[in-house]
Write a protein that binds this ligand. Sequence first.
Ligand code: ADP
Ligand code: MG
Length: 349
Amino acid sequence: MQKTYDGLSLVVRSLDLDIQRGEFLSLLGPSGSGKTTTLMMLAGFESPTAGEILLDGSPITRTPPHKRNFGMVFQNYALFPHLSVADNVAYPLTVRKVPKGDIATRVAKALDMVQLVGKGERLPGQLSGGQQQRVALARALVFEPQLVLMDEPLGALDKQLREHMQIELKELHRKLGVTFVYVTHDQGEALTMSDRVAVFNDGLIQQIAPVEQLYETPVNRFVAGFVGDSTLLTGTVGQADGDSCELVLPTGERLTGLNINRALPGTQVLASVRPERIEPCLVKPEALGNAVQAAVTDIIYFGDHLRLRCAVNGQAPATVKLPLAGGLQPVVGQAVWLHIPQPYLRIYH
Ligand code: ADP
Ligand code: MG
């Protein structure tokens, strides 16, 4: 599928997205990467310039939004301010001409689902931001849609409320078994809530994978940098041999890692490793190899782990995460060797 607004630049360049029934799929990417455009094409508010959208094998590309039976939640809630909470939630049922008696029952059930029992008579303006967002959610779910589309629905909430709502949304998804497609630019949010994440950049899906796979095996620099914390090293490729290659640092030190996208010997590369995979040692781990010399410049206590900042010659500062129960008691200024096990050093051209 493709989309251009002006006939010149493709804002969604090549989209091949297979959404599985019942999954929680997030579309994650920086601002302008094409997430909202993709969601609007799924909802039917925008049509693709090329390509088809299939639902259970049948094309719905030309089906208008109200006939797709998808629920939609927007960032700004989009509630009717002059209608009561109950009437807002009833709205999709009214337009679908559901009998009056059924409407009351279904609205009550939907309000119960989002923990707003007793708030039906209020106006949206009399509710907190989190409560208003739950009204929007009840309105999107009340007609039992097959698919619920959400565009940064928690963006307007403060951090604490947002984290609380993330857990509630996740629980609701599990209870209902409805398919959720959720747009966010927040990688933490995508990782905590989703079954799978599609990482967008520049109108292209860079990688779509279950959360753990995305975190452990990013397929390119962009995904490695955008999802989760990484320690980065720049250098050139030394010997390359199948799936692995040498990383030659500007200091002349050599490490071995995974050659993720077939970088050729002599080319400039970026290597990344998750901070929790790095093992700091006080003496050079000769037997293990794959270590780079560093000095501890800062130690931050995080409650469940320590985070070290280390200076590495010719490189940006390296972050290392250490469990509190670890044997090493680092001090600022200490010289250390950072051992990076070969399977965790991912090298990208
Ligand atoms: P995201 O939701 O990832 O921030 P969008 O899908 O909103 O990205 O935007 C992708 C690109 O399309 C951006 O360059 C944006 O400026 C452009 N764009 C979005 N909506 C329109 C529109 N209605 N008309 C023209 N250009 C648009
Ligand atoms: Mg957007």
